[in-house]
Design a protein around this ligand. Structure first.
Ligand SMILES: [Zn+2]
Length: 78
């Protein structure tokens, strides 16, 4: 676990009371990050773009530091 919380990105989550609970979770397919609608559990799930990805429920799409983000997920989930 090398994740370090980012201070930025808080403006992205504006629809929920708790950004961590309201924002999509982070899914990965190869080296690409995808957004996965909550609630999720760790494992395989469909990202908002429709792709099957490996989900990490403890990570948030909005604060992810993944170097590559799925363009379709970014368009849907912001
Ligand atoms: Zn995607």
């Amino acid at each position: 676990m090398t994740a370090v919380p980012l201070a930025s990105g808080a403006h992205v989550a504006s629809i929920g009371r708790d950004p961590r609970a309201a924002g999509p979770a982070l899914g990965r397919s190869d080296d690409v990050a995808h957004a996965v609608a909550r609630p999720v559990v760790d494992g395989l799930d469909s990202a908002v773009c429709g792709q099957l990805v490996t989900v990490t429920a403890a990570e948030d799409w909005g604060t992810s530091q993944a170097p590559t983000r799925c363009a379709e997920c970014a368009r849907i989930a912001g």
